[in-house]
Design a protein around this ligand. Structure first.
Ligand code: ASP
Length: 324
């Protein structure tokens, strides 16, 4: 029987949830789905395959999604052949390798570092910011000082190969956003663990030859990555400025909260960029997952690929796109 107190509570709940775009039925449906969610790891570009493998190692042993995402992205961070992430990343136009990274757990807690130099694993520094400080983001010299205090080692991240590429670029010093790159780019990685919990991580050396001091979307919670354990998660790669102007990852998660599939939400987020920006000259790729383990991917141009580890397979896939 509905008494007055329950009725008032009930209607307050209804108006609050409808204000947020929810319906009660949808909430209980989600709760049901979450109990059945199948574990997965998904990440951007070819370097996603070994990253997924490492992340999956954590998940298959019953580990937490937050540990899986950190473990996963550390693989390309340490790989000198990955030219857009960590060690071996291409420098800015002054020849300095500057790194951006962020991480978010299933409770909505998050940490990030931006414009960090000399540290091979910015994602682990971001995690320390999340766990050991009351802050979300540390930047530049302060982030480096914090990392050193936490016991991280100072490294020279500019490899001979990256230095040679920078020297070649210096001959013309032309900065043009590159529509597509092969085999390297920011890594954004999302995971669902065996409990059904979702976490995400994103780490990059940013756009090659950028202005010294430039920070992209990757360390910005809600731009380069966002995860909400009730709904799902999203990551971005490509021209960071376009993602920042539309807060792409947060947008995708909110669209999924409103009922869109991950695929539709990624398409809509690309559409928001296309509606207002000179989108043909740059690339954006979005990846998203929802609580039930469905995923979506969409890019402006052909060529965005991602790695998905689910159902016993770790495989590359090509994302759908807006224009050839
Ligand atoms: N999103 C990164 C940035 O703008 C670049 C990338 O994904 O390659 O810094």
């Amino acid at each position: 029987m509905i008494n007055r107190r329950n009725f008032i509570l009930g209607s307050a709940f209804t108006s609050l949830t409808s204000l947020l775009g929810f319906k009660r039925a949808e909430i209980s449906k989600r709760t049901l789905i979450s109990a059945e969610a199948s574990p997965l790891v998904i990440s951007t570009w070819n370097h996603g395959l070994p990253a997924n493998e490492a992340a999956w190692g954590v998940i298959k042993n019953g580990g937490k999604a937050i540990d899986a995402v950190e473990t996963g992205v550390k693989v390309p961070e340490a790989d000198p052949e990955s030219n857009s992430v960590g060690y071996g990343g291409y420098p800015d136009r002054d020849g300095k390798v500057t790194l951006d990274a962020c991480i978010m757990d299933e409770t909505g807690n998050c940490g990030s570092v931006s414009f960090l130099q000399h540290i091979k694993h910015p994602i682990s520094v971001a995690r320390k910011v999340m766990e050991d400080t009351p802050h979300v983001m540390l930047s530049g010299a302060g982030a480096l000082e914090f990392a050193l205090q936490k016991g991280f080692k100072k490294d020279d991240l500019l490899t001979d190969k990256a230095r040679a590429a920078w020297k070649r670029w210096l001959e013309k010093s032309e900065y043009k956003p590159i529509v597509n790159r092969k085999n390297h780019d920011t890594i954004g990685l999302l995971a669902i663990d065996q409990k059904g919990d979702i976490s995400g991580a994103c780490t990059t050396s940013g756009l090659s030859w950028k202005l010294h001091g430039r920070v992209g979307d990757s360390p910005i919670i809600g731009a380069g990555m966002f995860a909400d354990n009730e709904v799902g998660g999203a990551v971005a790669t490509g021209m960071g400025e376009a993602v920042m102007k539309t807060l792409g990852s947060f947008l995708i998660v909110e669209l999924m909260r409103g009922g869109m599939t991950p695929q539709r939400a990624c398409e809509e987020a690309v559409g928001r960029i296309a509606a207002r920006q000179d989108y043909k000259s740059f690339q954006i790729g979005y990846l998203a997952i929802n609580k039930s383990g469905e995923h979506g991917a969409f890019a402006i141009h052909k060529g965005f690929s991602y790695a998905l580890h689910q159902g016993g397979e770790n495989k590359m896939h090509n994302a759908k796109y807006l224009i050839e």
